[in-house]
Write a protein that binds this ligand. Structure first.
Ligand code: NOJ
Length: 531
Protein backbone atom coordinates (compact mmCIF):
# COMPACT_ATOMS: atom_id res chain seq x y z
CA UNK A 1 0.00 0.00 0.00
CA UNK A 2 2.31 2.72 -1.19
CA UNK A 3 1.60 6.24 -0.10
CA UNK A 4 2.08 8.24 -3.30
CA UNK A 5 3.16 11.38 -1.47
CA UNK A 6 6.25 9.53 -0.26
CA UNK A 7 7.05 7.74 -3.44
CA UNK A 8 10.65 8.34 -4.45
CA UNK A 9 11.82 10.23 -1.39
CA UNK A 10 15.18 9.78 0.34
CA UNK A 11 15.52 9.96 4.13
CA UNK A 12 18.22 10.80 6.67
CA UNK A 13 18.16 9.21 10.12
CA UNK A 14 19.27 11.31 13.08
CA UNK A 15 20.42 9.87 16.40
CA UNK A 16 19.60 13.07 18.26
CA UNK A 17 21.81 12.53 21.29
CA UNK A 18 24.98 12.35 19.18
CA UNK A 19 24.12 14.67 16.30
CA UNK A 20 24.72 18.31 17.26
CA UNK A 21 24.69 20.06 20.63
CA UNK A 22 23.29 23.60 20.31
CA UNK A 23 23.47 24.59 23.98
CA UNK A 24 26.85 23.08 24.82
CA UNK A 25 25.83 20.74 27.60
CA UNK A 26 27.44 17.73 25.90
CA UNK A 27 24.13 16.26 24.64
CA UNK A 28 22.75 16.64 21.12
CA UNK A 29 19.38 18.37 20.96
CA UNK A 30 16.44 19.47 18.82
CA UNK A 31 17.85 22.93 18.11
CA UNK A 32 21.06 21.18 17.07
CA UNK A 33 19.13 19.41 14.33
CA UNK A 34 17.52 22.70 13.24
CA UNK A 35 20.98 24.25 12.94
CA UNK A 36 22.10 21.46 10.62
CA UNK A 37 19.06 21.40 8.32
CA UNK A 38 20.95 23.07 5.49
CA UNK A 39 23.69 20.45 5.70
CA UNK A 40 21.03 17.73 5.59
CA UNK A 41 19.13 19.32 2.71
CA UNK A 42 22.36 19.65 0.81
CA UNK A 43 22.90 15.90 0.89
CA UNK A 44 19.95 15.52 -1.43
CA UNK A 45 17.45 14.03 1.00
CA UNK A 46 13.76 14.83 1.35
CA UNK A 47 12.89 13.78 4.89
CA UNK A 48 14.48 13.33 8.28
CA UNK A 49 13.70 10.58 10.78
CA UNK A 50 14.56 11.59 14.33
CA UNK A 51 15.13 8.93 17.01
CA UNK A 52 13.03 9.35 20.20
CA UNK A 53 13.21 12.71 21.97
CA UNK A 54 10.39 12.14 24.47
CA UNK A 55 10.71 12.44 28.22
CA UNK A 56 12.55 9.31 29.32
CA UNK A 57 14.72 7.89 32.10
CA UNK A 58 17.04 6.92 29.17
CA UNK A 59 17.49 3.29 30.08
CA UNK A 60 17.51 2.64 26.31
CA UNK A 61 18.35 6.19 25.19
CA UNK A 62 14.74 7.26 24.81
CA UNK A 63 13.10 4.11 23.46
CA UNK A 64 11.79 3.83 27.02
CA UNK A 65 9.18 6.61 27.07
CA UNK A 66 8.01 8.07 30.36
CA UNK A 67 5.74 10.72 28.87
CA UNK A 68 4.76 10.72 25.19
CA UNK A 69 3.57 14.33 25.39
CA UNK A 70 6.78 15.87 26.76
CA UNK A 71 10.17 16.48 25.22
CA UNK A 72 13.04 15.25 27.36
CA UNK A 73 14.56 18.33 29.00
CA UNK A 74 18.03 17.35 27.76
CA UNK A 75 16.75 17.66 24.18
CA UNK A 76 14.81 20.93 24.41
CA UNK A 77 11.17 21.96 24.51
CA UNK A 78 7.94 21.51 22.58
CA UNK A 79 8.53 24.95 21.06
CA UNK A 80 11.91 23.77 19.80
CA UNK A 81 10.20 20.84 18.12
CA UNK A 82 7.58 23.09 16.53
CA UNK A 83 10.35 25.35 15.27
CA UNK A 84 12.30 22.39 13.86
CA UNK A 85 9.21 21.16 12.00
CA UNK A 86 8.51 24.58 10.58
CA UNK A 87 12.14 25.15 9.52
CA UNK A 88 12.28 21.69 7.94
CA UNK A 89 9.08 22.33 6.01
CA UNK A 90 10.43 25.67 4.78
CA UNK A 91 13.25 23.68 3.20
CA UNK A 92 10.84 21.13 1.78
CA UNK A 93 12.05 18.46 4.19
CA UNK A 94 9.41 16.22 5.76
CA UNK A 95 9.69 15.16 9.38
CA UNK A 96 9.33 11.58 10.60
CA UNK A 97 9.52 10.77 14.31
CA UNK A 98 9.90 7.50 16.17
CA UNK A 99 6.67 6.10 17.54
CA UNK A 100 7.25 3.46 20.19
CA UNK A 101 4.10 1.37 20.48
CA UNK A 102 5.37 -1.98 21.72
CA UNK A 103 6.41 -0.83 25.20
CA UNK A 104 6.83 2.16 27.50
CA UNK A 105 9.20 2.95 30.33
CA UNK A 106 8.36 1.39 33.70
CA UNK A 107 8.31 5.01 34.89
CA UNK A 108 5.40 5.84 32.58
CA UNK A 109 2.34 6.66 34.66
CA UNK A 110 0.36 3.94 32.85
CA UNK A 111 2.75 1.33 34.25
CA UNK A 112 2.88 2.83 37.71
CA UNK A 113 -0.93 2.73 37.88
CA UNK A 114 -1.07 -0.70 36.28
CA UNK A 115 1.24 -2.06 38.97
CA UNK A 116 -1.20 -0.71 41.54
CA UNK A 117 -4.17 -2.15 39.63
CA UNK A 118 -5.74 1.28 39.22
CA UNK A 119 -8.43 1.25 36.52
CA UNK A 120 -8.43 1.60 33.57
CA UNK A 121 -4.69 0.74 33.62
CA UNK A 122 -4.78 -2.71 35.31
CA UNK A 123 -4.50 -4.56 31.98
CA UNK A 124 -2.47 -2.03 30.00
CA UNK A 125 0.51 -4.40 30.21
CA UNK A 126 0.95 -8.17 29.99
CA UNK A 127 0.80 -9.50 33.54
CA UNK A 128 1.08 -13.18 34.46
CA UNK A 129 1.47 -15.17 37.64
CA UNK A 130 4.80 -16.89 38.11
CA UNK A 131 5.23 -20.66 38.12
CA UNK A 132 6.17 -22.28 41.39
CA UNK A 133 9.03 -24.68 40.76
CA UNK A 134 10.60 -26.39 43.80
CA UNK A 135 9.13 -23.74 46.12
CA UNK A 136 10.65 -21.01 44.02
CA UNK A 137 8.69 -18.50 42.02
CA UNK A 138 9.81 -18.55 38.38
CA UNK A 139 8.85 -16.67 35.19
CA UNK A 140 5.66 -17.88 33.44
CA UNK A 141 7.57 -19.36 30.47
CA UNK A 142 10.98 -19.65 28.81
CA UNK A 143 10.75 -16.56 26.58
CA UNK A 144 14.00 -14.61 26.28
CA UNK A 145 14.53 -10.87 25.95
CA UNK A 146 16.17 -9.48 22.79
CA UNK A 147 18.69 -7.93 25.17
CA UNK A 148 19.40 -11.36 26.79
CA UNK A 149 18.00 -13.05 29.91
CA UNK A 150 14.35 -13.78 30.68
CA UNK A 151 11.67 -11.74 28.87
CA UNK A 152 9.82 -11.39 32.18
CA UNK A 153 10.31 -8.88 34.98
CA UNK A 154 8.86 -9.31 38.45
CA UNK A 155 6.83 -6.67 40.23
CA UNK A 156 7.12 -6.83 44.00
CA UNK A 157 4.14 -4.50 44.23
CA UNK A 158 1.75 -6.56 42.14
CA UNK A 159 3.37 -9.91 42.94
CA UNK A 160 3.19 -10.81 39.28
CA UNK A 161 5.44 -10.99 36.28
CA UNK A 162 5.18 -8.51 33.40
CA UNK A 163 6.40 -9.17 29.88
CA UNK A 164 9.40 -7.07 28.74
CA UNK A 165 11.04 -8.26 25.56
CA UNK A 166 13.74 -5.56 25.72
CA UNK A 167 15.15 -4.21 29.04
CA UNK A 168 13.56 -4.71 32.45
CA UNK A 169 12.58 -1.05 32.44
CA UNK A 170 10.59 -1.47 29.20
CA UNK A 171 7.31 -3.33 29.86
CA UNK A 172 5.29 -4.47 26.83
CA UNK A 173 1.86 -2.97 26.20
CA UNK A 174 -1.20 -5.20 25.88
CA UNK A 175 -3.01 -4.68 22.57
CA UNK A 176 -5.77 -7.07 23.57
CA UNK A 177 -6.92 -4.05 25.58
CA UNK A 178 -8.95 -1.60 23.50
CA UNK A 179 -8.01 1.23 25.87
CA UNK A 180 -4.35 0.99 24.81
CA UNK A 181 -5.41 1.66 21.21
CA UNK A 182 -7.35 4.68 22.40
CA UNK A 183 -4.32 6.11 24.23
CA UNK A 184 -2.10 5.50 21.20
CA UNK A 185 -4.61 7.25 18.98
CA UNK A 186 -4.40 10.34 21.21
CA UNK A 187 -0.62 10.36 20.81
CA UNK A 188 -0.86 9.96 17.02
CA UNK A 189 -3.40 12.81 16.88
CA UNK A 190 -1.18 15.02 19.05
CA UNK A 191 1.84 14.74 16.74
CA UNK A 192 -0.28 14.98 13.60
CA UNK A 193 -1.56 18.24 15.02
CA UNK A 194 2.05 19.43 15.40
CA UNK A 195 2.45 18.82 11.64
CA UNK A 196 4.75 15.85 11.96
CA UNK A 197 4.53 14.02 8.60
CA UNK A 198 5.04 10.43 9.59
CA UNK A 199 6.22 7.79 12.03
CA UNK A 200 9.00 5.27 12.04
CA UNK A 201 7.16 2.66 14.04
CA UNK A 202 9.51 0.97 16.47
CA UNK A 203 9.55 -2.80 17.08
CA UNK A 204 6.17 -3.11 15.38
CA UNK A 205 6.61 -6.78 14.46
CA UNK A 206 6.36 -7.63 18.16
CA UNK A 207 3.11 -6.01 19.26
CA UNK A 208 1.27 -9.33 18.90
CA UNK A 209 2.26 -12.17 21.26
CA UNK A 210 1.45 -15.88 21.32
CA UNK A 211 -1.50 -15.52 23.66
CA UNK A 212 -1.26 -19.13 24.89
CA UNK A 213 2.00 -18.04 26.57
CA UNK A 214 3.32 -21.59 26.28
CA UNK A 215 7.05 -22.31 26.34
CA UNK A 216 8.78 -21.79 23.01
CA UNK A 217 10.14 -25.08 21.65
CA UNK A 218 13.46 -23.64 20.52
CA UNK A 219 15.06 -21.71 23.38
CA UNK A 220 17.34 -19.89 20.90
CA UNK A 221 14.33 -18.63 18.95
CA UNK A 222 11.80 -17.76 21.63
CA UNK A 223 11.35 -14.40 19.84
CA UNK A 224 9.19 -16.34 17.36
CA UNK A 225 6.52 -16.34 20.12
CA UNK A 226 6.32 -12.56 19.84
CA UNK A 227 7.31 -11.73 16.26
CA UNK A 228 5.27 -11.35 13.08
CA UNK A 229 2.28 -13.27 14.41
CA UNK A 230 -1.26 -13.08 12.96
CA UNK A 231 -2.45 -10.84 15.80
CA UNK A 232 0.27 -8.28 14.92
CA UNK A 233 -1.28 -8.02 11.45
CA UNK A 234 -4.73 -7.80 13.02
CA UNK A 235 -3.74 -4.93 15.35
CA UNK A 236 -1.95 -3.13 12.53
CA UNK A 237 -4.97 -3.22 10.25
CA UNK A 238 -6.80 -1.42 13.02
CA UNK A 239 -3.97 1.05 13.53
CA UNK A 240 -3.87 1.69 9.82
CA UNK A 241 -7.33 3.26 10.04
CA UNK A 242 -5.99 5.60 12.73
CA UNK A 243 -2.86 6.48 10.74
CA UNK A 244 -5.01 7.25 7.71
CA UNK A 245 -7.44 9.32 9.72
CA UNK A 246 -4.58 11.61 10.76
CA UNK A 247 -2.84 11.41 7.37
CA UNK A 248 0.30 9.94 8.95
CA UNK A 249 2.85 8.09 6.91
CA UNK A 250 4.39 4.94 8.48
CA UNK A 251 7.65 3.02 8.15
CA UNK A 252 7.67 -0.08 10.33
CA UNK A 253 10.67 -1.84 11.82
CA UNK A 254 10.38 -5.59 11.18
CA UNK A 255 12.58 -7.56 13.52
CA UNK A 256 12.13 -11.26 14.33
CA UNK A 257 12.87 -12.71 10.86
CA UNK A 258 9.75 -11.84 8.89
CA UNK A 259 9.08 -14.04 5.85
CA UNK A 260 8.54 -12.47 2.44
CA UNK A 261 4.86 -13.26 2.86
CA UNK A 262 4.84 -11.27 6.12
CA UNK A 263 6.67 -8.34 4.55
CA UNK A 264 4.15 -8.21 1.75
CA UNK A 265 1.24 -8.49 4.10
CA UNK A 266 2.56 -5.52 6.10
CA UNK A 267 3.00 -3.36 3.03
CA UNK A 268 0.24 -4.38 0.68
CA UNK A 269 -2.69 -5.11 3.00
CA UNK A 270 -3.44 -1.77 4.59
CA UNK A 271 -1.04 -2.02 7.51
CA UNK A 272 2.13 0.05 6.95
CA UNK A 273 3.40 2.27 4.14
CA UNK A 274 6.91 0.82 4.08
CA UNK A 275 9.07 -1.54 6.05
CA UNK A 276 12.61 -2.00 7.27
CA UNK A 277 13.71 -5.63 6.99
CA UNK A 278 17.23 -6.77 7.64
CA UNK A 279 18.41 -9.11 4.86
CA UNK A 280 21.44 -6.89 4.20
CA UNK A 281 23.07 -8.05 7.44
CA UNK A 282 24.01 -11.28 5.64
CA UNK A 283 26.25 -9.28 3.30
CA UNK A 284 28.97 -8.87 5.94
CA UNK A 285 31.35 -11.80 6.42
CA UNK A 286 32.69 -12.53 9.90
CA UNK A 287 36.16 -11.41 8.73
CA UNK A 288 34.76 -7.97 7.78
CA UNK A 289 34.69 -8.51 4.04
CA UNK A 290 31.76 -8.51 1.65
CA UNK A 291 29.87 -11.68 0.83
CA UNK A 292 29.14 -11.18 -2.87
CA UNK A 293 26.67 -14.04 -3.10
CA UNK A 294 24.56 -12.60 -0.30
CA UNK A 295 24.94 -9.09 -1.69
CA UNK A 296 23.37 -10.26 -4.94
CA UNK A 297 20.66 -12.11 -3.01
CA UNK A 298 19.86 -9.04 -0.90
CA UNK A 299 19.57 -6.70 -3.89
CA UNK A 300 17.32 -9.18 -5.66
CA UNK A 301 15.22 -9.69 -2.53
CA UNK A 302 14.60 -5.97 -2.02
CA UNK A 303 13.70 -5.72 -5.71
CA UNK A 304 11.33 -8.68 -5.45
CA UNK A 305 9.50 -6.94 -2.61
CA UNK A 306 9.04 -3.90 -4.85
CA UNK A 307 7.88 -6.01 -7.81
CA UNK A 308 5.26 -7.63 -5.59
CA UNK A 309 3.91 -4.22 -4.64
CA UNK A 310 5.64 -3.96 -1.25
CA UNK A 311 7.69 -0.94 -0.28
CA UNK A 312 11.16 -1.65 1.09
CA UNK A 313 13.26 0.87 2.94
CA UNK A 314 16.75 0.70 1.43
CA UNK A 315 19.37 1.02 4.13
CA UNK A 316 22.70 -0.42 5.19
CA UNK A 317 22.70 0.34 8.91
CA UNK A 318 21.08 2.33 11.68
CA UNK A 319 21.63 3.14 15.36
CA UNK A 320 21.34 -0.57 16.27
CA UNK A 321 24.30 -1.79 14.23
CA UNK A 322 28.01 -1.05 13.98
CA UNK A 323 29.31 1.32 11.33
CA UNK A 324 29.12 0.19 7.72
CA UNK A 325 32.75 0.93 6.88
CA UNK A 326 33.94 -1.17 9.84
CA UNK A 327 31.82 -4.14 8.76
CA UNK A 328 33.83 -4.23 5.52
CA UNK A 329 37.14 -2.90 6.82
CA UNK A 330 39.16 -5.81 5.41
CA UNK A 331 38.23 -5.05 1.83
CA UNK A 332 41.31 -3.55 0.14
CA UNK A 333 39.70 -0.13 -0.39
CA UNK A 334 37.10 0.06 2.36
CA UNK A 335 35.90 3.61 1.57
CA UNK A 336 35.38 2.76 -2.09
CA UNK A 337 33.83 -0.57 -1.11
CA UNK A 338 31.32 1.37 1.02
CA UNK A 339 30.59 3.69 -1.92
CA UNK A 340 29.97 0.65 -4.14
CA UNK A 341 27.53 -0.78 -1.59
CA UNK A 342 25.76 2.58 -1.28
CA UNK A 343 25.34 2.92 -5.05
CA UNK A 344 24.05 -0.62 -5.44
CA UNK A 345 21.48 -0.24 -2.65
CA UNK A 346 20.33 3.32 -3.24
CA UNK A 347 19.68 2.99 -6.97
CA UNK A 348 17.06 0.30 -6.32
CA UNK A 349 13.35 1.01 -6.26
CA UNK A 350 12.28 1.82 -2.71
CA UNK A 351 13.13 4.44 -0.11
CA UNK A 352 16.80 4.97 0.73
CA UNK A 353 17.57 6.11 4.29
CA UNK A 354 21.09 7.23 5.17
CA UNK A 355 22.14 6.96 8.83
CA UNK A 356 23.93 10.04 10.21
CA UNK A 357 27.68 9.64 9.81
CA UNK A 358 27.29 6.92 7.18
CA UNK A 359 27.69 9.62 4.53
CA UNK A 360 31.10 10.43 6.04
CA UNK A 361 32.26 6.82 6.23
CA UNK A 362 32.42 7.01 10.03
CA UNK A 363 33.98 3.99 11.72
CA UNK A 364 33.60 1.91 14.89
CA UNK A 365 35.16 3.21 18.09
CA UNK A 366 38.29 1.35 19.30
CA UNK A 367 36.77 0.06 22.57
CA UNK A 368 39.07 -1.71 24.98
CA UNK A 369 37.14 -2.38 28.19
CA UNK A 370 33.56 -3.22 29.16
CA UNK A 371 33.31 -0.04 31.27
CA UNK A 372 33.39 2.03 28.09
CA UNK A 373 30.08 0.66 26.82
CA UNK A 374 26.98 2.70 27.53
CA UNK A 375 24.24 0.73 25.82
CA UNK A 376 21.85 -1.26 28.05
CA UNK A 377 21.90 -4.10 25.50
CA UNK A 378 25.70 -4.36 25.68
CA UNK A 379 25.62 -4.31 29.48
CA UNK A 380 22.91 -6.98 29.73
CA UNK A 381 24.64 -9.21 27.23
CA UNK A 382 27.91 -8.96 29.16
CA UNK A 383 26.25 -9.52 32.52
CA UNK A 384 24.39 -12.62 31.32
CA UNK A 385 27.29 -14.13 29.39
CA UNK A 386 29.43 -17.01 30.62
CA UNK A 387 32.49 -16.21 28.56
CA UNK A 388 33.18 -12.54 29.35
CA UNK A 389 36.30 -12.35 27.20
CA UNK A 390 34.50 -13.62 24.15
CA UNK A 391 31.54 -11.31 24.80
CA UNK A 392 33.85 -8.32 25.06
CA UNK A 393 35.40 -9.23 21.69
CA UNK A 394 31.93 -9.53 20.21
CA UNK A 395 30.85 -6.16 21.62
CA UNK A 396 33.91 -4.31 20.35
CA UNK A 397 32.95 -5.22 16.80
CA UNK A 398 29.19 -5.36 17.06
CA UNK A 399 27.91 -3.16 19.87
CA UNK A 400 25.30 -0.54 19.04
CA UNK A 401 27.51 1.96 20.87
CA UNK A 402 29.70 2.03 17.76
CA UNK A 403 27.06 3.82 15.73
CA UNK A 404 26.21 6.22 18.56
CA UNK A 405 29.57 7.96 18.83
CA UNK A 406 29.60 11.70 18.27
CA UNK A 407 28.93 13.01 14.74
CA UNK A 408 32.18 14.27 13.23
CA UNK A 409 31.55 17.79 11.97
CA UNK A 410 35.05 19.27 11.82
CA UNK A 411 38.60 19.03 13.20
CA UNK A 412 37.95 21.22 16.25
CA UNK A 413 37.79 19.87 19.80
CA UNK A 414 34.99 17.31 20.25
CA UNK A 415 34.71 17.18 16.45
CA UNK A 416 32.73 20.43 16.43
CA UNK A 417 29.76 18.71 18.10
CA UNK A 418 29.90 20.83 21.28
CA UNK A 419 32.26 22.92 23.34
CA UNK A 420 31.43 20.73 26.36
CA UNK A 421 32.73 17.20 26.79
CA UNK A 422 30.17 15.00 24.97
CA UNK A 423 28.12 12.26 26.65
CA UNK A 424 29.71 9.66 24.37
CA UNK A 425 33.10 9.08 22.75
CA UNK A 426 34.41 10.94 19.75
CA UNK A 427 36.28 8.61 17.42
CA UNK A 428 39.98 9.45 17.45
CA UNK A 429 40.02 9.74 13.65
CA UNK A 430 37.84 12.89 13.64
CA UNK A 431 40.68 15.16 12.58
CA UNK A 432 41.01 13.37 9.25
CA UNK A 433 37.44 12.16 8.86
CA UNK A 434 34.81 14.87 9.20
CA UNK A 435 32.09 16.69 7.27
CA UNK A 436 34.01 19.94 6.81
CA UNK A 437 37.02 18.24 5.24
CA UNK A 438 34.97 15.88 3.13
CA UNK A 439 32.82 18.65 1.66
CA UNK A 440 35.91 19.78 -0.21
CA UNK A 441 37.30 16.43 -1.27
CA UNK A 442 36.06 15.22 -4.64
CA UNK A 443 36.77 11.58 -3.82
CA UNK A 444 35.37 11.56 -0.26
CA UNK A 445 32.57 9.28 0.89
CA UNK A 446 30.46 12.42 1.43
CA UNK A 447 30.94 13.62 -2.15
CA UNK A 448 30.14 10.13 -3.42
CA UNK A 449 26.90 9.91 -1.41
CA UNK A 450 25.78 13.31 -2.70
CA UNK A 451 26.53 12.32 -6.30
CA UNK A 452 24.78 8.96 -5.98
CA UNK A 453 21.65 10.63 -4.56
CA UNK A 454 21.76 13.23 -7.32
CA UNK A 455 22.07 10.52 -9.95
CA UNK A 456 19.10 8.79 -8.35
CA UNK A 457 17.05 12.00 -8.40
CA UNK A 458 17.89 12.54 -12.08
CA UNK A 459 16.75 9.06 -13.01
CA UNK A 460 13.69 8.53 -10.85
CA UNK A 461 11.47 7.66 -13.72
CA UNK A 462 13.64 4.72 -14.78
CA UNK A 463 14.26 3.62 -11.20
CA UNK A 464 10.64 3.57 -10.14
CA UNK A 465 9.04 2.31 -13.34
CA UNK A 466 11.79 0.25 -14.95
CA UNK A 467 12.36 -3.48 -15.12
CA UNK A 468 15.42 -4.76 -13.28
CA UNK A 469 17.74 -7.44 -14.56
CA UNK A 470 20.51 -8.54 -12.23
CA UNK A 471 24.02 -9.36 -13.35
CA UNK A 472 27.01 -11.07 -11.80
CA UNK A 473 30.24 -12.18 -13.38
CA UNK A 474 32.79 -13.18 -10.73
CA UNK A 475 33.52 -10.05 -8.68
CA UNK A 476 31.50 -7.68 -10.87
CA UNK A 477 27.87 -7.36 -10.04
CA UNK A 478 24.90 -5.06 -10.31
CA UNK A 479 21.83 -4.60 -12.43
CA UNK A 480 20.35 -3.12 -15.56
CA UNK A 481 17.14 -1.12 -15.45
CA UNK A 482 15.06 -0.61 -18.56
CA UNK A 483 12.12 1.69 -19.07
CA UNK A 484 10.70 2.92 -22.40
CA UNK A 485 13.96 2.39 -24.27
CA UNK A 486 15.94 4.16 -21.59
CA UNK A 487 18.53 2.04 -19.87
CA UNK A 488 20.63 2.35 -16.74
CA UNK A 489 23.37 0.02 -15.61
CA UNK A 490 24.63 0.01 -12.01
CA UNK A 491 27.77 -2.09 -11.74
CA UNK A 492 30.48 -2.49 -9.10
CA UNK A 493 33.77 -4.33 -9.24
CA UNK A 494 34.81 -5.93 -5.94
CA UNK A 495 37.73 -7.77 -7.52
CA UNK A 496 41.42 -6.95 -7.65
CA UNK A 497 41.67 -6.43 -11.42
CA UNK A 498 40.24 -3.99 -13.91
CA UNK A 499 37.81 -5.62 -16.35
CA UNK A 500 36.45 -4.67 -19.74
CA UNK A 501 32.83 -3.56 -19.59
CA UNK A 502 30.55 -6.12 -21.19
CA UNK A 503 28.74 -3.55 -23.42
CA UNK A 504 29.03 -0.26 -25.31
CA UNK A 505 26.87 2.80 -26.07
CA UNK A 506 26.63 4.03 -22.51
CA UNK A 507 27.69 7.29 -20.98
CA UNK A 508 28.84 7.56 -17.37
CA UNK A 509 26.21 9.15 -15.10
CA UNK A 510 28.32 8.50 -12.01
CA UNK A 511 31.60 6.81 -11.18
CA UNK A 512 33.72 6.99 -8.04
CA UNK A 513 37.00 6.82 -9.99
CA UNK A 514 38.30 8.61 -13.03
CA UNK A 515 36.77 6.76 -15.96
CA UNK A 516 39.40 6.30 -18.63
CA UNK A 517 38.46 3.58 -21.09
CA UNK A 518 35.80 0.96 -21.44
CA UNK A 519 36.94 -0.61 -18.15
CA UNK A 520 35.70 -0.99 -14.61
CA UNK A 521 38.48 -0.69 -12.03
CA UNK A 522 38.78 -2.49 -8.67
CA UNK A 523 36.28 -1.03 -6.17
CA UNK A 524 34.78 1.14 -8.82
CA UNK A 525 31.05 1.67 -9.12
CA UNK A 526 29.69 2.89 -12.42
CA UNK A 527 26.20 4.15 -13.07
CA UNK A 528 25.85 4.14 -16.84
CA UNK A 529 23.08 5.49 -18.96
CA UNK A 530 22.22 4.43 -22.50
CA UNK A 531 23.15 7.02 -25.13
C1 NOJ B 1 14.34 -0.97 18.07
C2 NOJ B 1 15.16 0.28 18.23
O1 NOJ B 1 15.71 0.60 16.99
C3 NOJ B 1 16.19 -0.02 19.30
O2 NOJ B 1 17.16 0.99 19.40
C4 NOJ B 1 15.48 -0.22 20.60
O3 NOJ B 1 16.41 -0.63 21.59
C5 NOJ B 1 14.39 -1.29 20.49
N1 NOJ B 1 13.62 -1.19 19.28
C6 NOJ B 1 13.44 -1.16 21.63
O4 NOJ B 1 12.68 0.00 21.50
Amino acid sequence: MFNQKWNNLVGYQIYIKSFFDSNNDGIGDINGITKKLDYIKNLGVNFIWICPFYDSPMDDNGYDIRDYYQIDSSYGTMDDLKNLISEAHKRNLKVVIDLVMNHTSDENKWFILSEQKVEPFTDFYIWKDGKIIKDKICPPNNWQSFFSGSAWGYSEKRKQYFLKIFSKKMPDLNYENEKVFEEMEKIIAFYSNLKVDGFRVDAIAHIGKDLTFKNAKNIKKTYKSFSNLPNTHKYLKKFNQIFKKYDMFTMGELGGDPSRKDILEYTTKNELDMVFSFEQLSVFNKDDTINLKNLMKTLKYKNKISICGGSPVLFWLNHDYPRLKSKIKNEKESSNAQICLAGLMYMLKGTPIIYNGEELGMENYPYSSIDEFKDVNAKMLYENSKDKKQTLCYLKENSRDNSRTIMQWNSKKYAGFSTHEPWNYVNKNYKILNAELEQNQANSVLSAYKSILKTRANNLDIISNGKYKFFRKNAILGYFIENNNQKLAVLANFGENAKKLPFKNYKVAYGNKIFKSNEILPYEILILKSK
